[in-house]
Each structure stands twice: as C-alpha cells, then as structure tokens.
Design a protein around this ligand. Sequence first.
Ligand SMILES: C[S@@+](CC[C@H](N)C(=O)[O-])C[C@H]1O[C@@H](n2cnc3c(N)ncnc32)[C@H](O)[C@@H]1O
Length: 259
Amino acid sequence: MSDASTPPENPKPAHPKRGWRNFYGRRHGPTLNQAQKEYLNEDLQALSPGDVDWDVNPDRRPIDVAARFDGKPVWLEVGFGGGEHMIHMAGRYPQVGIIGCEPYINGVAMLLGKIRRARAGNVAVHPGDARDVMDVLPAGSIHKAFLLYPDPWPKSRHHRRRFVTQEHLQPLFDVLAPGAEFRIATDICDYVRQAVEEVPKAGFEALFSVPAAFDRDDPQEVSGDWDQPWDDWISTRYEQKALREGRKPHYLTYRKPLG
Ligand SMILES: C[S@@+](CC[C@H](N)C(=O)[O-])C[C@H]1O[C@@H](n2cnc3c(N)ncnc32)[C@H](O)[C@@H]1O
C-alpha cells in the first residue's frame, strides 16, 4: 500500500497546463557530429520564438510574436524533421517569419546547419513540442500552418496520438488568423481518413473535395484534388521515403473561415 503522505518521485500533474505532456516520439537519434553540437550550443538560443519553456513561462503568458518578426506575417511548421521545407519556404518568402517546432534534436541540428548556410534571418526554432508553442501564441497570430508527414501511429489504439486530434487541432485553430491556410501532407490513407473526419470538427473548412470513391471504412489510395502538391512545394525527406516505398502523397488544404 502506498503512503499518501509521500509524494511520488516524478509526479504527473493532473492537467497539461502544469507542464507535463504525453509526447511519444523520439527526441534523440544517433550521436551528433561536432558541427551539429556547435550549432545547438551557439545558435539555438538566439533563434527562440520567445518565452515558450515552462520554466521561464509557467503562467503561459502570450509571446509577442509580431515583434519577434518585426511585424511580418508569421507561419508555423509542426514537426519540421530535417528542416528542408522550412528553409525552402524561408528563402522563398523573405517577407514572412516562420516558426518551426521539432522535438527530435538531431532534426533540429540539421535545420540549424541549413539556417547557417542559407543565412536565413526570418526563422525561429522551438526544439520541442508544438503544443508548448501554441500555448503561448496569441490568438489569431499565425497566418499559415504546415503539418507535413506527421507521425502516422498506424495501430488503432495509437490513433489518438496523431496530431489530427482535437487536443492539437483546437489550439491550432485558435492561434490561426481568420482566412489562414492549414496544409497537411501525408502518405497514409488512414491518416487522410482521420484528417477528413477530425479537422473540420475543429472549425476548419476543406479546400478540396473528398473523392466519391474514398471509403472511410476501408481507406485506400484514391485519386482526387489531393494528388496535386502546392505550387511552392518542396519534397521532404519523409515524402521521398514514402515515394521510394511506393506510397502516394496526399496534399490536404484547409482554411480557418473568415467569418
Ligand atoms: C514523420 S516525421 C516528418 C518530418 C518532416 N515533416 C518530413 O516531412 O520529412 C514527423 C515529425 O514530427 C515530429 N513531431 C511529432 N509530434 C510533434 C509535436 N507534438 N510537435 C512538434 N513536432 C512533432 C516528430 O519528431 C517527427 O520529426
């Protein structure tokens, strides 16, 4: 029997607002090389979007994201992986500021190398969970959001870990400005099914039609509006892997309604 007067060693707070989050992905991979360690030590702090971490901002005060980017419109990329899409967009749209979130530290180090080489000045990097960033973004402060090849969590009992659940979609909806676009790319048919069901429930409108032949009870690859990538698309590492393994990309575009 446990002694109620002795607190457990690592108490799990009753509510995520107190700083604990159920992140199931990988945070570390193979050993970082010397240059990557240097990027993390020397560059990461200056690239912070603001006071995101719980130890510096336990009250979750909104950060001044507009000031962080000198009044430019701000975009958000969730799970940037190796950062190839983020650095591509930063170069293509210098008039925009882009915040990227990625808990996998090896991916963060890869992006930091790309930022140095491109001398990109319009990016901010949070080396952690996008939910922590969404907590502190002012409502309506983000003008475009990207969720590119999110972790598929294929087992049914793990579907609730997917980003396209209300726990993630509701805060995303809140931080987006009216009219803001939300792009999802995935190669997983069942992820398409869950996005089609869940994203509109959070308030988004789909800018594509679900093909009549798409069977939500048995999602299989079906051609439709979602076959066409965006005009400014660059293929990511995970998309390349999907293509090599014979899976078809789907490009889903949503929008936060204007009204
Ligand atoms: C399958 S990878 C895709 C990476 C990249 N977007 C690409 O297309 O190559 C999914 C990424 O999402 C990240 N991720 C998972 N949950 C996240 C969260 N809550 N916030 C931010 N990133 C997350 C993972 O660490 C992982 O690197």
